[in-house]
Design a protein around this ligand. Structure first.
Ligand code: SF4
Ligand code: SF4
Length: 400
């Protein structure tokens, strides 16, 4: 079967195995077919030698978390993320993967009103103890959401789909922090309801392209697009390659992660007393391995908390992987247990992670987790609180 993969890309893999220790599914199973090297070998067998798409082969591709931890570890620069994304799209087209009910569910992500109504129903069901914990939903979905507020047009704040329905408070925190740095913010809201990241993960690339074109049409040109979800930001920065158009490339150039945006203008934020917290930073894979701007999280967060601490697991994935934790709960849970062990060793008060999927997945494992921007907002808010005694002058820490 032709998987539509470029032979040059497949041939880059020299089977050295240097990626194996960076692969969460290989680390927890020890199974070669669950490794980047093994999956690339299977791609070659299918594309070049006509190997059949057996259930085992499909399972090897479907169980990849698409964390792309293997890419920075690879000395041959194999574009693994693009290989698996394309492979998944051919599996979908051939009917071997992503059944109709999953496709239907993914399509609803671009319908924000329906998503919010569904969230309210789920929130009510949660309060009636009708939602099993194993689904990994946030402990308390919101029954209502404060509306977005437009404060100017210096930047767009991309609000997205599930995150806007389930974690809108994070967007509000990001908007307040951006405003504190002097930026007028326009939340994208329902005008651009979904970036297509989850759909691309599931192999629904045509749906992702449709959403990308819609977003490019809806947002005014020349305004930076700030993103506070690592997965969404990575997908939107890839629109140039995905669409292969000048419009797509120009749009992608405007996309910036919120920490990446704030780091060079940090001196515009008020100097405040840091929160008395020891915070462990958990890098979302799409910030660390794909966007590669995870250093900015530390730069921006360090002045606002007492102490930042690194996890000792070399940035291994937490197992969230878009909808992966829902579709492969057992494997996702096993991968998460390694992350939770690293978090326990760090002895932190709270974990900071800049991706909604990661924060939900870790929280479902019993871990206190916040978005870094929520911590910054909290530090700034405490400083603004009425009745607070005048603060002594303090230099901002340069930690991180
Ligand atoms: S993907 Fe890269 S690191 Fe992994 S086996 Fe192939 S060449 Fe080696
Ligand atoms: S993307 Fe992640 S899970 Fe998939 S092969 Fe690479 S390291 Fe392993």
């Amino acid at each position: 079967m032709d998987l539509g993969l470029a032979s040059d890309d497949l041939d880059k893999c020299v089977q050295c195995g240097l990626c194996l220790s960076s692969c969460p599914t290989y680390r927890v199973t020890g199974d070669e077919t669950m490794s980047p090297r093994g999956r690339i070998a299977l791609m070659r067998h299918v594309q070049h030698r006509g190997a059949p798409l057996t259930a085992e082969v499909v399972d090897a591709f479907e169980t990849c978390i698409q964390c792309r931890g293997c890419e920075p570890a690879c000395p041959s620069s194999v574009p693994y993320g693009h290989l698996i994304e394309q492979t998944r799209s051919v599996l979908v087209a051939s009917g071997a993967s992503t059944p109709w009910w999953q496709r239907l569910a993914f399509r609803q992500l671009a319908r924000p009103r329906l998503l919010r109504a569904g969230t309210t129903v789920l929130a009510l069901a949660q309060r009636a103890h009708l939602v099993p914990q194993r689904l990994g939903l946030p402990a308390r979905l919101p029954l209502r959401r404060d509306p977005h507020v437009v404060s100017g047009r210096d930047v767009y704040l991309f609000t997205g789909c599930v995150m806007d329905a389930w974690q809108r408070d994070v967007h509000h925190a990001a908007a307040r922090v951006l405003e504190a740095a002097g930026c007028g913010v326009t939340p994208t809201g329902d005008a651009a309801p979904c970036c297509g990241a989850l759909q691309a993960h599931a192999g629904l690339l045509d749906e992702t392209r449709r959403l990308a074109r819609r977003m490019i049409e809806q947002l005014e040109p020349d305004v930076p697009i700030v993103v506070d979800s690592a997965g969404c930001g990575a997908a939107m920065k890839d629109y140039g390659r995905l669409l292969d158009t000048d419009e797509g490339r120009a749009f992608a150039e405007r996309v910036v992660d919120v920490h990446e945006f704030l780091a060079p203008i940090l001196d515009r934020l008020p100097t405040v007393d840091p929160l008395d917290l020891r915070v462990a930073v958990q890098d979302p894979c799409h910030l660390r391995h794909v966007q590669r701007v995870h250093g900015a999280t530390r730069t921006v967060l360090a002045p606002f908390v007492r102490e930042l601490v690194e996890l000792d697991d070399d940035g291994l994935c937490c197992g969230a992987g878009g909808a992966y934790s829902v579709l492969h709960p057992a494997l996702a849970g096993t991968v998460r247990s390694r992350k939770l062990a690293a978090i326990t060793r760090a002895s932190a008060d709270v974990v900071a992670s800049a991706n909604p999927g990661c924060t939900m997945h870790l929280a479902a494992g019993g871990c206190a987790t916040l978005h870094p921007i929520e911590l910054i907002d909290r530090a700034l808010s405490e400083e603004r609180a009425p009745g607070r005694p005048p603060r002594r002058s303090r230099r901002r820490s340069s930690r991180g």
